[in-house]
Design a protein around this ligand. Structure first.
Ligand code: NA7
Length: 529
């Protein structure tokens, strides 16, 4: 059984079906797409270029599908996912509009008993969580939210039909990627817009444009070679590793490198200009200051420009955003910025949003408040492993942990695609997903060939992996930010760095070694013959 029919779940279904297993996917939405199904807010695009944010498992699929833009829009990605589902006839094994609510491991029979919100109880030997890393929307923790008499929207649960904001006074709360992408477009639609910002983000222009025929043809001619190189890279976006320190070059050379990276519109580019941007505060501050100057050069009101300038966390330690005329939007006469660090948000009232300074009357509120990332989709399901221990409880006590991101000690025969403590969110997600699905499938094939009934990550292996991941993060500036990578954006969420920053290639090598050594770090139990 697979939970989730997004990019992970669909590929996992394809692989297990080819392995000859009876496989069923359960999906809460009424169609495929996962995060691309639920997030439909205006302006949503992927922040990885479309030619890379694609499956690589089928050369035929790669050759026949034509991406039209540098960064694909949400509707185009959803069309692509639907095409994949149809092309490989995947829908027949998916139960839609059905949410998994609990999964309890039956230690005697070595089966997971899974219950859905439609009352169905399913028994499965292998339970694969393809539940996504940015799929559990974070409800805004703001007092009075239920009192508001106007309309409210969450970017991650956007209605299917276009929302008409014409003539409306609109509030937007949140300025991460979802806010940054939607604010310029919402500003065009609303009569008046107030953006409530708690923390400004770093964002660079995406440089959206159609792909040229030559770009598409060149990539299609080299896709297979390209994937081989991707697997040896840190992120899956091929970039020459930097050799110099930002501190050893002239200001002119430094700014030229930052400018060139800025113009690529690639989220990894500025971090890749010098080898110490991610690890040295002084070097990092130079990149941060370069970007703050960009803000000042665009935003006319110096006070607004300063409010939009991030100063409380190092560059890159919160996800970089890609935008289209984000800063320009704050020059429009009907767009207002409320800096919640100066005048904190107090409550939502019947008629608007009240800060410590005043009440802002609005007709609609858009919450762009993000996700309970990486672990949220898993802890929202009541998952009970050996001894009835709940996953939520385990992670509350120990912090989010896993063994090589795909397995969890105490939860046998349960696999997670791009789970906590993996490199997924720092790499091309489709590549990370395909890697994990391939590894999980190979593992299941091995178990069946060896007549092994149960596999479980050992606690010591999990501890070692967690230490390894934390020590990799501690060599960087990442732990200095209250980011969703740290679980810091959700009140009362156990803190801990939830991703592996050492790069995809190193992670892949470790996973390959684990498999080659007969699934080192796992305990296995053969059935009694
Ligand atoms: P993010 O990046 O988590 O951004 C959420 C934003 O909402 C961020 O600016 C938050 O401020 C703000 N927020 C959250 N709760 C509140 C409350 N209670 N009051 C005011 N402001 C609040 O989520 P996104 O959906 O934009 O993007 C998630 C990822 O999707 C992104 O990184 C890409 O990888 C794709 P805070 O920073 O917590 O002060």
């Amino acid at each position: 059984m697979i939970v989730g029919a997004g990019i992970s779940g669909l590929y996992q279904l394809y692989k297990l079906r080819n392995l000859g297993l009876t496989t069923r996917v359960y999906e809460a939405g009424d169609d495929v797409g996962g995060t691309w199904y639920w997030n439909r807010y205006p302006g949503l695009r992927c922040d990885i270029s479309s030619m890379l944010y694609s499956y690589s498992f089928s050369p035929e699929l790669e050759q026949e599908w034509n991406w039209t833009e540098k960064y694909a829009t949400q509707p185009e990605i959803l069309r692509y996912v639907n095409h994949v589902a149809d092309r490989f006839d995947l829908r027949k094994d998916i139960t839609f509009s059905t949410r998994v609510v609990s999964a309890v491991y039956d230690e005697v029979n070595k089966l997971w008993q899974v219950t859905t919100d439609t009352g169905e109880v399913v028994e499965t030997q292998f339970l694969i969580m393809a539940t996504g890393v940015l799929s559990a929307p974070k409800k805004p923790d703001i007092a009075g939210i239920e009192k508001f008499r106007g309309s409210t929207y969450h970017t991650a649960q956007w209605p299917r039909e276009d929302v008409d904001f014409a003539g409306k006074r609109l509030a937007v709360i949140g300025t991460g990627s979802s806010g940054v992408q939607s604010i310029p477009i919402l500003a065009q639609r609303a009569a008046d817009m107030t953006v409530f910002q708690r923390t400004p983000c770093f964002t660079i222009p995406a440089g959206h444009r159609p792909l040229t025929e030559k770009e598409v043809a060149d990539m299609k001619a080299n896709y297979q070679e390209f994937h081989k190189l991707q697997h040896k890279s840190r992120t899956g976006v091929l970039m020459e590793p930097p050799s110099k320190s930002a501190l050893e070059v002239t200001e002119e050379e430094r700014n030229a490198a930052f400018q060139a990276a800025y113009e690529t519109g690639c989220i990894f580019a500025i971090g890749n200009t010098f080898h110490d941007i991610r690890i040295n505060k002084a070097a990092n501050e130079m990149a941060a200051e370069f970007l703050r100057q960009k803000i000042q050069s665009v935003v006319r009101d110096p006070e607004v420009a300063e409010s939009l300038s991030p100063r409380t966390f190092p560059y890159g330690t919160k996800r970089i955003c890609l935008d289209t005329k984000y800063y320009e939007t704050f020059n429009l006469p009907h767009v207002h910025l409320v800096d919640l660090r100066k005048t904190p948000l107090v409550e939502i009232t019947e008629t608007g949003v009240r800060t410590s300074e005043k009440e802002y009357e609005v007709d609609a509120i858009v919450f762009a408040t993000g996700f309970d990332a990486i672990t949220g989709a898993l802890t929202r399901i009541d998952i009970q492993g050996k001894g009835g221990v709940s996953l939520k409880h385990k992670w509350a006590e120990q912090g989010p942990r896993s063994y090589i991101s795909m397995a969890i000690s105490g939860f046998p025969n349960l696999f997670v695609v791009t789970g906590p403590l993996g490199p997924g969110v720092f790499s091309v997600m489709t590549m990370a997903i395909e890697h994990d699905v391939n590894w999980i499938t190979d593992c299941i094939r091995y178990l069946r060939e060896q007549s092994i009934a149960e596999i479980e990550a050992m606690a010591e292996a999990e501890d070692e992996w967690a230490e390894f991941v934390v020590s990799a993060a501690n060599k960087t500036l990442f732990p200095l930010a209250n980011s969703w990578y740290m679980g810091a954006n959700v009140p009362n969420k156990p803190r801990g760095f939830m991703a592996y920053v050492g790069g995809f290639a190193e992670y892949k090598q470790k996973c390959d070694e684990v498999a080659q050594k007969g699934y080192e770090g796992f305990a296995m139990l053969s059935p009694i013959l």
